[in-house]
Design a protein around this ligand. Sequence first.
Ligand SMILES: Cc1ncc(C[n+]2csc(CCOP(=O)(O)OP(=O)(O)O)c2C)c(N)n1
Ligand SMILES: [Mg+2]
Length: 797
Amino acid sequence: MADARHLSILEELERKVLWLSTWTIHNANHLRASEDGMKIGGHQASSASLSTILSALYFSGLRPEDRVAVKPHASPIYHAIQYLFGRQTREKLENFRGYKGAQSYPSRTKDIDDVDFSTGSVGLGVAQTLFASLVQDYVKAHGWMKDRPEGRMISLVGDAEMDEGNIFEALLEGWKHGIRNTWWIIDYNRQSLDAVIREGLWERFEALFRNFGWDVVILKHGSLMQEAFKEPGGERLRDWIDSCPNQLYSALTFQGGAAWRKRLLDDLGDQGPVTRLIEKRSDEELARLMSNLGGHDLPSLLDAFEKAREHDRPVCFLAYTIKGFGLPLAGHKDNHSGLLTPTQMEAWRTAQGVRPGHEWDKFEGMRTSQAEVERFLAEVPFVQKGTRRYSAPQVPVPEKLTFPANAAMSTQQGFGFILNELARSDHALASRVVTTAPDVTVSTNLGAWVNRRGLYARESLVDTFKKERIPSTYNWEFSPSGQHIELGIAEMNLFIVLSALGLSHSLFGERILPIGTLYDPFIYRGADALNYACYQDARFMIVATPSGVTLAPEGGAHQSIGTPLVGMAQDGLASFEPAFVDELAVIMRWAFDYMQREGGEPDEKTWLRDETGGSVYLRLSTRTLEQPQREMTPDLADDIRAGAYWLRKPGPNAQVVVAYTGAVAPEAIEAVGLMAEDRRDIGLLAITSADRLNAGWTAAQRARERGLVHARSHVERLLADVPPHCGLITVIDGHPATLAWMGSVMGHRTRSLGVEHFGQTGTVKDLYRHFGIDAQGIISAAEMIAPGRPIRHLKAV
Ligand SMILES: Cc1ncc(C[n+]2csc(CCOP(=O)(O)OP(=O)(O)O)c2C)c(N)n1
Ligand SMILES: [Mg+2]
């Protein structure tokens, strides 16, 4: 238990944090000239509701090994706390939400002040803490924790944030994995963005968390309230508080002491002791008492955190708070985008003892001496180890990834073979790869890998089929040394666990190379979580099969059209769609390296920003293709990584170039063969990555605009010798816009074939015909844009 001195300094720090965060927002809104007139909404009141909880955590409850996701709108409070620790600068606070200033929502990549998890899209940061604790357990189970203590993975959750479905998906998954060391602190201010929340929600939350095996700690009545309840009549007051509707409580909080008195006396007047309890307090004391909810009571919070540290069970703290606590807009239902007026701010500044011109001074207006506060801050447990982010050495990648030389296979099979070969090897890389899939492990071809490397669980679980000697292709045994994390069907969880695994080097100091598999169309289901994972700069590989309409008989529900565009547009994600397994092996080898890179110089050859590294998306297919029998030369491998190579180089008088991506390779090859007699010098371009081709092209243009006149991208070099009048046909089993930009590179007339509409069931042949991405479709497009004599193999269809 904290002593009185400790508490009093903490209280002062909490007031200071509230002041600084409110001033930060006020400064950004009223004082900094804002050309676009953008007002800041959603910060002042939301921040204030967490001022006490965050102060209790950062100034006392946290340990350096803990990792925290702070509710997005509490960012000013977070930054203020870090400012007091000397980890945030005044310049960045003065420039809050401005160009290169402190971010609106805590950002681990954009902010300088030790943010553990980015937040912004509500719900995702919450789930992130749960999966981070799963990863911490994984690291521990594999014997990599060394002497590092286990941290608590903590999320500050808005009560309205709890509406986000991904939180419930995570809860269920966490229960399956026996989640530990996770604290979710619900900021129960009973307000969302628009309104006051439903009555009795806390009871649903409580039942829900207990049902999933969590401890629930309800922090409702602060210590002042608890003292008052012990007075004569106190029980009556308690009953009144407990039955007061949320709306009314909020409204009275907003109105203040006199309103509290009137309402309480209307309800509880002439009732003996409780009336005296109310009457003996001044308006100010009454307002203080009534706003002394658990989430604003330092002693209750410190005590609760201390107790929770005694065990490793997951804990949900339901902390009653007041949105806008301590500010004139406290409790008002419209306060989400509310701001203190300059007059209110002026009055509040005076009340805080802050002199004009000293608003940013850390110790301004404090009763305790600067020296004592500084000493206190220096002794805070959280800051005892300096920077808390770890780094981890790179895991070496083998020179070559191998696979059996089957004459025909699909890229999905190839992926399974490559992982199987890796699983058999004793290469260091193999021990650092973790696979995970949302109930599609077998159907995405991870079976062989899992058979060799096993499923991960904190506690071993035998495969009953195996034990009973019932023949089965798959060995489904769980153990702490397993390397596959099996998830239930929830793609949100897949991307969030990838995000946690892919940050392991930074969070826990141990490098993990995660691979997640899923069906390509379900990337949309988890797209926001995928974006979130990339935004945090987590490093992972996603392997998506089946894709496109190529899974023909499965029908429209499972076909993906727009995912190649998602892959191109997603920052931090390099996307590939190889046709052949030897290409895939080159790409995967490169990917394992790319996932571990940071810093360095841009590549002058491709103009790709490969130095920074990132995550990788492989859009693969279940279609079996004849494999080219060829030697993988260094040049060919370079081209595959850069995004394209000539399968057949066009001659000097080329009339047509066909550029294809992925599973439609046989159609493109066939079309080129069929046109050869009627069009001159046809070229065939194999595109392994529309994303990287496009990115390199954009970067090279930008470089030239900045004066680097010799900058040339890979696609520019490839197309440089194609004559200007040559027509370009692009073809992909995906949205045609993926490759349509290629016509702009050198100004070639272009027709882009692809899929724009939901598909039918049918054979691959049926559907390729339906969408015009078969050889005939390519030929008819060629005849239109590269006029000449009729192409004799073009059939009337
Ligand atoms: C996925 C997503 N949808 C919508 C929003 C916009 N938004 C930001 S905060 C918020 C709700 C705020 O309520 P709560 O979580 O209770 O926090 P409080 O403002 O009460 O502190 C909403 C809808 C968002 N950030 N992310
Ligand atoms: Mg709320």
